[in-house]
Ligand binder design. Structure first.
Ligand SMILES: NC(=O)C1=CN([C@@H]2O[C@H](COP(=O)(O)OP(=O)(O)OC[C@H]3O[C@@H](n4cnc5c(N)ncnc54)[C@H](OP(=O)(O)O)[C@@H]3O)[C@@H](O)[C@H]2O)C=CC1
Ligand SMILES: CC(C)(CO)C(=O)C(=O)O
Length: 298
């Protein structure tokens, strides 16, 4: 298949490296330096500490020259999604499907209104970009994708069969919105707290005050999403334990002065419910951090 991957950060580079083995891949980036690095050196993938790294040849282009492909995959973070959607509307082949892999849920409302075939996916891979053309596969998992419109099921299933390998599984899920909801509970309870208090994920379990706040966030999120609390709170705690030494993506964004995904995580919950005092506090707290970060760069 001929695949266009938009955004070559941790996830875009990871997908591009694995797909390049069997498919023709073009990475769309926004900086000339990144385009040059990928074209000159290929994508370097470190998939474990014990195997030598491998390099994969892919094409690279600036997003402004977005071309025709069989399948588009959007791998930018939520704050950059609006620019990409505009470019897709203007330049991408309207007959070809687009897969969105963002965390959070605010994008679902937006993409559901697009006049084209859209799919959503949830990844449980861990990936970390170490430079413009190198990515470490920090945690192996799968990509689970599903449709928004039932009538597009067969098309997606056929495409996933073409992408799937034992080494890097691409799986069909018949209720992707539910998967996104479960992931949203984890991100809503862990990400803003770890960013506000500048702690690793494990502190949610070991600091009783943070544990109390995380539980409150989890309760509010489950209520808005109409999910059972007990099971989801267990899940949040198991993820915090499994990733106890990780620094959450929101903490990293705030530390680097980059816009976070707060609007599609806590912001989405606030947009759907009214009595959410814990969520409102962390939402405004992260917004305040983003604002002060920006002022210090001005
Ligand atoms: N990392 C992970 O392990 C996981 C991430 N996710 C989700 O996947 C999504 C992507 O995450 P991740 O890869 O970590 O994010 P990154 O920040 O690493 O990558 C985003 C990339 O998008 C690029 N980008 C931004 N705007 C544009 C644009 N207009 N045109 C072209 N490229 C653009 C950025 O370019 P530049 O380098 O120039 O800033 C960057 O390379 C997020 O929603 C995240 O929540 C989900 C599961 C796991
Ligand atoms: C699961 C968790 C919290 C792992 O750090 C994550 O998804 C993130 O940081 O965005």
């Amino acid at each position: 298949m001929d695949i266009g991957i938009i955004g070559a950060g941790s996830i875009g580079l990871l997908l591009a490296a694995y797909l390049a083995k069997d498919h023709q891949v073009t990475c769309y980036v926004r900086r000339d330096e990144q385009k040059d690095q990928i074209l000159r050196k290929g994508i370097v993938l470190h998939d474990s500490q014990h195997t030598p790294h491998k390099s994969f040849r892919v094409n690279a282009e600036k997003l402004e020259v977005l071309d025709r492909h069989d399948f588009y995959m959007v791998c930018v973070k939520y704050p950059q999604l609006a620019d990409v959607l505009q470019m897709l509307e203007e330049k991408a082949d309207t007959q070809k499907p687009v897969l969105f892999i963002q965390n959070g849920m605010a994008h679902v409302d937006v993409i559901s209104c697009m006049q084209r075939t859209v799919f959503v996916a949830v990844l449980d891979h861990g990936a970390k970009r170490i430079n413009d053309h190198t990515v470490i596969h920090t945690g192996k998992g799968s990509v689970q994708a599903g449709v928004i419109e039932k009538r597009e099921e067969t098309l997606l299933q056929d495409m996933l069969k073409a992408l799937h390998t034992h080494e890097f599984p691409w799986l069909y899920h018949d209720d992707p919105v539910n998967l996104l909801k479960q992931k949203l509970v984890v991100n809503a309870a862990i990400n803003p707290l770890t960013a506000l208090f500048d702690v690793q994920n494990g502190e949610i379990l070991t600091n009783p005050y943070l544990n109390h706040l995380a539980k409150g966030l989890c309760e509010e999120t489950c209520q808005v999403l109409e999910l059972e609390f007990g099971q989801n709170w267990e899940y949040v705690q198991s993820v915090a334990d499994r990733t106890k030494l990780n620094s959450s993506s929101m903490r990293e964004d705030i530390r680097r002065g980059k816009p976070s995904e707060i609007d599609t995580i806590s912001g989405y919950i606030l947009s759907k419910g009214s009595q959410n005092s814990y969520t409102s506090f962390v939402y405004n707290g992260i917004k305040a951090k983003e604002r002060s970060g920006r002022e210090s760069f001005d």
